[in-house]
Write a protein that binds this ligand. Structure first.
Ligand SMILES: [Zn+2]
Ligand SMILES: [Zn+2]
Length: 104
């Protein structure tokens, strides 16, 4: 890379400014102010936002996992009380199955 070729490059956001580096994400040239260092790489704000968006992805699935855990907990609690109720009614009244038959 010769200095003359660098001088021809302009920042994508600031046409009057010289490009300091090229964003490895999108391949456009940007000035020093338009790039942010991330993971030892210089990314433009747009690629940085995309990267941050992809980082936020797990938090959404984590919320889904929490919801799934809550639903599983409710189902487990329901099953527990249902089975406990069945067990109790069986113990209290041995004719439970006969009454259930008549109820249909
Ligand atoms: Zn970029
Ligand atoms: Zn710029």
């Amino acid at each position: 890379m010769t200095p003359s070729s660098v001088a021809k490059r302009r920042c994508r956001n600031h046409i009057e400014r010289q490009a300091a580096c090229r964003c490895p994400g999108c391949g456009f040239d940007f000035c020093r102010e338009c790039v942010t260092e991330h993971d030892e790489r210089l990314l433009c704000s747009r690629c940085m936002a995309q990267l941050t968006g992809s980082i936020q992805e797990p938090s959404r699935s984590a919320a889904l996992r929490t919801l799934a855990q809550a639903v599983a907990g409710i189902v487990a609690a329901f099953l527990f009380f249902f089975l406990a109720g069945e067990l109790t009614s069986m113990v209290v009244s041995p004719s439970h199955e006969v009454r259930a038959w008549h109820a249909r």
